[in-house]
Write a protein that binds this ligand. Structure first.
Ligand SMILES: *[C@@H]1O[C@H](CO)[C@@H](O)[C@H](O)[C@H]1NC(C)=O
Ligand SMILES: *[C@@H]1O[C@H](CO)[C@@H](O)[C@H](O)[C@H]1NC(C)=O
Ligand SMILES: *[C@@H]1O[C@H](CO)[C@@H](O)[C@H](O)[C@H]1NC(C)=O
Ligand SMILES: *[C@@H]1O[C@H](CO)[C@@H](O)[C@H](O)[C@H]1NC(C)=O
Ligand SMILES: *[C@@H]1O[C@H](CO)[C@@H](O)[C@H](O)[C@H]1NC(C)=O
Ligand SMILES: *[C@@H]1O[C@H](CO)[C@@H](O)[C@H](O)[C@H]1NC(C)=O
Ligand SMILES: *[C@@H]1O[C@H](CO)[C@@H](O)[C@H](O)[C@H]1NC(C)=O
Ligand SMILES: *[C@@H]1O[C@H](CO)[C@@H](O)[C@H](O)[C@H]1NC(C)=O
Ligand SMILES: *[C@@H]1O[C@H](CO)[C@@H](O)[C@H](O)[C@H]1NC(C)=O
Ligand SMILES: *[C@@H]1O[C@H](CO)[C@@H](O)[C@H](O)[C@H]1NC(C)=O
Length: 432
């Protein structure tokens, strides 16, 4: 059963249970529309009236009885309202948000700024109570992006994760908020910071929300990477950090393609082959063993288009490493060998496992963020190949360094922003 938005339009609701639905202190939340297009080779492209929703954890969490009291603030959980997960679910609700303060949209275009709280949004289906599901095998996914205002240390991301279509609002769940409030997040880092998992407050951050993840785009104007992260389960999984290795079921590092790391330092960047001073189109193709949507995932290819010219992906240019120009099972094994990295990718499922996760269906997430801990050097600077071993030698993935990427510095100088537009998906060769 899906909670309907119509219920919320009165503005004030009395709710008995739940990771309840927002006791709005303002008006009903209006999801910003972001039109997208589904394309076929035979029929061309059809517009979908899809919309966006902000992540549940990025909302005020309020007392249902008294919305002026927060259940969670900078000091953590309100222990009076949240002594345990069940009581907390009864007492607290995520609030609606005013999107004009968070992001801007125009037709098929979305712009997000770091200073607006590093928003993370998901794509809702035309039925706003469900996420739009993507089945990427044998398909391609295309969009335009502007990274010109994303300096070192920032990341404008577009990626897919195995979130549930109903945001974890299963019949037995205490989650009554659902996709309309951005619930049910998971990713391959098995994040334990998530406040609500399966409709239960994650009070001591002991549980983590794991799932396979396809990073189509993690980028700023200096570097970009695309990266599948399989897990030993094909779908979403709630891990318990008190159990050894239970939150280690996903490949946190992934098998990445970064042109700079792969030996082409003049391919992606300001005034380079793909000129990041100006917008361009990004195409990602999920090829299968038999070229149908039923085959096993065999290759993930990347193309760029700028000024009407199709730009093929760069090729590997490293001694002892084949001249690959895309991600494949062989590339991933070779990449770990060449960079002396532990091959978690293959161990935790590899291409075959990831292929099954694509069958399950994925949800689209877009975000802008910075990372005070790592300065985003794993994306754009020198960083160890094994994330788990910080004393292992570093490999350069871009020209960024610690000083210029200190978020406190760059936020004073720049106004970091990312724009994604013209999202299209469908048959290989149908979107561009
Ligand atoms: C709710 O709105 C009222 C009136 O606009 C305001 O005074 C109050 O601070 C708001 N409460 C919260 C929790 O935002
Ligand atoms: C929105 O897009 C339309 C068509 O591309 C354009 O004419 C208009 O100026 C844009 N509006 C804003 C506020 O950017
Ligand atoms: C969910 O609810 C159904 C119907 O009440 C019940 O049969 C089933 O056992 C429940 N499942 C779980 C996991 O609690
Ligand atoms: C959280 O930790 C506190 C202190 O160790 C403990 O008393 C409490 O039971 C824990 N709560 C949950 C939900 O695990
Ligand atoms: C980098 O890529 C560009 C465009 O494909 C190509 O012209 C150039 O030769 C490549 N450089 C290296 C070092 O591979
Ligand atoms: C890129 O080219 C423009 C125009 O030729 C020039 O003004 C600018 O300094 C160049 N930027 C970089 C980072 O090379
Ligand atoms: C799949 O398509 C590629 C490129 O068009 C072609 O080279 C290959 O032979 C096809 N494979 C099968 C199994 O049809
Ligand atoms: C995929 O498999 C299903 C079920 O076997 C079949 O009905 C469908 O035609 C297949 N699709 C393609 C593109 O081969
Ligand atoms: C990998 O190890 C070999 C042998 O120890 C070494 O020569 C090479 O430089 C290492 N490669 C990287 C990228 O660290
Ligand atoms: C970490 O890397 C260092 C330097 O390459 C190496 O000596 C050490 O054995 C590695 N530790 C682990 C746990 O792999």
């Amino acid at each position: 059963m899906h909670y309907t938005l119509a219920l919320a339009s009165s503005g004030l609701l009395a709710l008995a249970s739940a990771q309840s639905v927002g006791k709005f202190n303002f008006t009903r939340e209006a999801h910003p529309s972001l039109s997208t297009q589904r394309c076929t080779l035979s029929g061309g492209c059809t517009a979908l009236q899809t919309s966006l929703v902000l992540e549940a954890d990025q909302r005020a969490l309020r007392s249902v009885a008294n919305p002026d009291v927060l259940c969670y603030d900078s000091t953590g959980w309100n222990t009076a309202l949240c002594p345990d997960p069940t009581t907390c679910a009864k007492n607290c609700a995520p609030d609606g948000v005013d999107y004009s303060k968070i992001l801007s949209t125009n037709g098929s275009s979305i712009t997000m700024k770091l200073k607006d709280g590093s928003p993370r949004v998901y794509l809702l289906s035309e039925d706003e109570n469900k996420y739009q599901m993507f089945y990427l095998k044998g398909q391609e996914f295309t969009y335009d992006v502007n990274v010109a205002d994303l300096p070192c240390g920032t990341n404008g991301a577009l990626y897919f994760i195995n979130m549930d279509e109903d945001g974890g609002m299963t019949p037995n769940s205490t989650n009554k908020a659902g996709p309309a409030y951005g619930t049910g997040y998971c990713d391959a880092q098995c994040p334990t910071y998530i406040r609500w998992i399966d409709g239960q407050a994650n009070i001591n951050s002991t549980r983590g929300s794991c799932c396979p993840e396809m990073d189509i785009w993690e980028a700023n104007k200096i570097a970009t990477a695309y990266t599948p992260h399989p897990c030993s389960t094909d779908d979403k999984y709630t891990c318990d950090s008190n159990i050894a290795n239970d939150c280690g079921i996903c490949d946190k590092g992934g098998c990445d393609w970064n042109s700079y790391k792969n030996g082409n330092t003049s391919f992606y960047g300001p005034n380079m082959t793909v000129d990041t001073n100006r917008p361009f189109t990004v195409v990602t193709q999920f090829l299968t063993s038999d070229n149908t949507t039923n085959g096993t995932l065999s290759e993930i290819r990347r193309l760029y288009i700028q000024d009407g010219v199709v730009i093929e992906n760069s090729r590997v240019n490293i001694p002892g490493f084949k001249e690959y120009d895309s991600l494949s099972a062989d590339y991933c094994v070779d990449e770990k060998r060449v960079f002396n990295a532990t091959d978690d990718f293959t161990a935790l499922g590899g291409f075959d496992g990831f292929s099954k996760s694509l069958d399950v269906g994925m949800v689209l997430s877009m975000s802008i963020w910075d990372d005070a801990g790592s300065y985003m050097l794993w994306l754009d600077g020198v960083f160890p190949v094994n994330a788990a071993n910080s004393s292992a030698p570093g490999v350069a993935r871009g020209t960024c360094g610690v000083d210029e990427s200190i978020p406190a510095n760059l936020e004073g100088v720049y106004d970091p922003a990312v724009t994604f537009s013209n999202i299209k998906f469908g048959d290989i060769g149908s979107t561009f």
